[in-house]
Design a protein around this ligand. Structure first.
Ligand SMILES: [Zn+2]
Length: 353
């Protein structure tokens, strides 16, 4: 293909400059999106109460457009799967960028509330997520945006996060929560501009876990990769109620963690441009918006679509250290949902769950 034809082809398929095509792109999308879908399925079937997919959380992808390193929006697919069993799903996003793809997908519905904490202004990507954007039609008041400025620190961020999320959960009464833990909100991120420590970031995860509501946790952005690994390791510990030792044990990647070889990293000495007055005005506006939806909305009973697939084996019983090649794995998965005649056949029940 000529270079000019190649460029025009990529524009036709809506792959812009920050979404390059690379070898095995489709398989990459299958792996991370499949992980989030499987996490949702396990929560729906109560085979776990918390499911983690650090490979997922690609919140910028739109239905017809790849955007911001995101090709397929696994979060939207995961939430749609959760909606087959839960009347209301709460989506929380602590990536430094606005969770625009997820917000857009559910902007007109009250069955998903999206809450995004992000840097806003100075033409920061993706440019959306103003406080006045609150959803439309049935979705009015069900999108919440918390636009922040550079340098927000642990104390201001966690205080605002806890106040808002506590009120959201109390008001909305979600059946499941999806938490996007983008690590580009950490201090020293190559693209970010916040000043959160790993402890501050993890404090938000700990707070959400305490509600004991089925929880799907994903990764997201993060561009200082050794800190991304540190952050999600600590948060895996938080979700498993396990405190990890600060010293990183020897492993193949240990040199990435030089010179300290520790899990925790110090904050930066950086100005917090979010004044107390600014943060308090944001809090007041969000609380005002939440007052408009005092009662959690109901959902009409309707036919529940089938699960995205029904595996005939339990992956938990497999040896996690043994690699099964893709072809064998594919053969183990039934793809006959539409004709399924087992206990989960929706053709015969009244669709109430
Ligand atoms: Zn991001």
């Amino acid at each position: 293909m000529l270079e000019k034809d190649r460029i025009s082809y990529f524009y036709d398929v809506n792959l812009g400059e920050d979404c390059p095509v690379f070898d095995n792109l489709f398989e990459f999308c299958q792996i991370y999106a499949g992980g989030t879908l499987d996490a949702a399925r396990r929560l729906n079937h109560k085979s776990c109460d918390i499911a983690i997919n650090w490979a997922g959380g690609l919140h910028h992808a739109k239905k017809c457009e790849a955007s911001g390193f995101c090709y397929i929006n696994d979060l939207v697919l995961g939430i749609l799967e959760l909606l087959k069993y839960h009347a209301r799903v709460l989506y929380i996003d602590i990536d430094v960028h606005h969770g625009d793809g997820v917000e857009e997908a559910f902007y007109f519905t009250d069955r998903v509330m999206t809450v995004s904490f992000h840097k806003y202004g100075d033409l920061f990507f993706p440019g959306t997520g103003a406080i006045k954007d609150i959803g439309e039609r049935e979705g009015k008041y069900y999108a919440i945006n918390i636009p922040l400025k550079d340098g927000i620190d642990d104390a201001s961020f966690t205080r605002l996060f806890k106040t808002i999320i506590a009120k959201v959960v109390e008001t909305y009464l979600p059946g499941a929560i999806v938490l996007q833990c983008g690590a580009d909100s950490l201090a020293r991120d190559r693209l970010g501009c916040f000043n959160l420590s790993i402890e501050g970031h993890a404090e938000c995860v700990k707070f959400v876990k305490k509600f004991n509501i089925p929880l799907l946790v994903t990764g997201g952005g993060g561009y200082t990769k050794e800190n991304v690994a540190r952050c999600w390791a600590v948060e895996t510990g938080v979700l498993l109620d396990t405190e990890l030792p600060n010293e990183i044990p020897n492993n193949d990647y240990i040199e990435y963690f030089a010179p300290d070889y520790t899990l925790k990293v110090a904050n930066l000495n950086m100005d917090n441009l979010n004044s107390k007055t600014y943060l308090s005005s944001i809090k007041v506006q969000v609380m005002e918006s939440l007052r408009s939806i005092q009662h959690a909305p109901g959902v009409q009973m309707q036919e529940v679509p089938p699960d995205f697939y029904i595996p005939d084996f339990d992956e938990d019983e497999l040896d996690p250290d043994e690699r099964v090649d893709q072809h064998t794995q594919d053969k183990q998965i039934h793809r006959d949902d539409e004709y399924y005649e087992g206990d989960n056949d929706n053709d015969h029940d009244d669709g109430t769950r």
